[in-house]
Design a protein around this ligand. Structure first.
Ligand code: GLP
Length: 261
């Protein structure tokens, strides 16, 4: 993984947003995967400012949301779709056909997952997948376990994940759904570029394992080690736990003399 370390969460988020903007400048019809989550709030705030400055540059992108709670969808407080609309999409004002969402309120969520997987393929696949990470190493709602699911699927949320998401439901754990629809591991790993943003001490252990631990279903983000182009953006709090290779400074060679190393 290509890792860049930023002094604080705000600067990491701004750098991540600039990466997105640069990708859109290079490919105006970029297909982008969008996660919800606290980590992404300052990224989307920066993107909103960039969109306001040059709206025409963004009008051809296509977006897919990464995950959604079962039972939730358009207009629902607590839905990830509402989060994405509030923090980014209301400013982007994309044509409806340029946005796709996982609808957690459909009678048959498995059918909805199949529809979604096909829609991503029909769009030509995800060019740039933005990701946050759960404290247990989940990406999207691909939770640690004995096995992982490749395709978009209905996931059962672990207790720690439900607790971490209680904030979207006024801290009331009893209101946090037990299931969610999520892009699968294959869906995420097929993205041409992945940008994983992780900030704050609570994510440090999971990121360290994801970067340099074994590739294991017990820590889904570790599969990003197998991805050809994943960029990891972290702040100082996460970087502290990372074992980033240190470059040994070379002593200057005396003119005409033997090498000092
Ligand atoms: C959540 C979501 C992810 C998100 C991650 C981190 O549970 N399933 O899409 O990226 O966990 O969330 P946060 O940024 O709020 O810590």
């Amino acid at each position: 993984m290509l890792t860049t370390i930023h002094p604080n969460d705000e600067e990491a988020a701004v750098a991540a947003a600039m990466f997105v903007a640069d990708a859109v400048m290079r490919k105006p019809d970029l297909v982008v995967g969008l996660p919800a989550g606290r980590t992404m709030i300052p990224v989307y705030a920066t993107l909103r400012r960039l969109v306001r400055a040059a709206p025409a540059a963004w009008r051809d992108i296509r977006v897919f949301q990464v995950d959604e709670f079962v039972g939730f969808g358009e207009g629902d407080a607590g839905s990830f779709r509402t989060f994405l609309e509030r923090h980014l999409l209301d400013e982007l004002k994309l044509p409806t056909e340029h946005m796709d969402f996982l609808d957690g309120r459909v009678p048959d969520p498995e059918d909805e997952c199949d529809r979604y997987e096909s829609a991503i393929i029909e769009a030509g696949g995800i060019d740039l997948q933005l990701l946050g990470i759960g404290v247990n190493g989940h990406i999207g709602f691909n939770e640690p376990g004995e096995s992982l699911t490749a395709r978009t699927h209905v996931a059962t949320l672990r207790d720690e994940t439900r607790r971490a998401n209680a904030g979207w439901f006024e801290g009331d754990l009893s209101r946090v759904p037990h299931q969610a629809l999520s892009m699968g591991m294959g869906t995420l790993l097929r993205a041409r570029t992945v940008l994983l943003l992780a900030t704050g001490e609570s994510k440090a252990a999971a990121v360290a394992q994801a970067v340099s631990g074994p590739v294991t279903t017990q820590l889904p983000a570790s599969f990003l080690q197998l991805h050809a182009f994943t960029c990891l953006y972290v702040d100082g709090a996460v970087a502290k736990e990372l074992r980033v290779p240190q470059l040994r400074p070379r002593r200057p060679r005396a003119a005409g003399g033997p090498s000092s190393d």
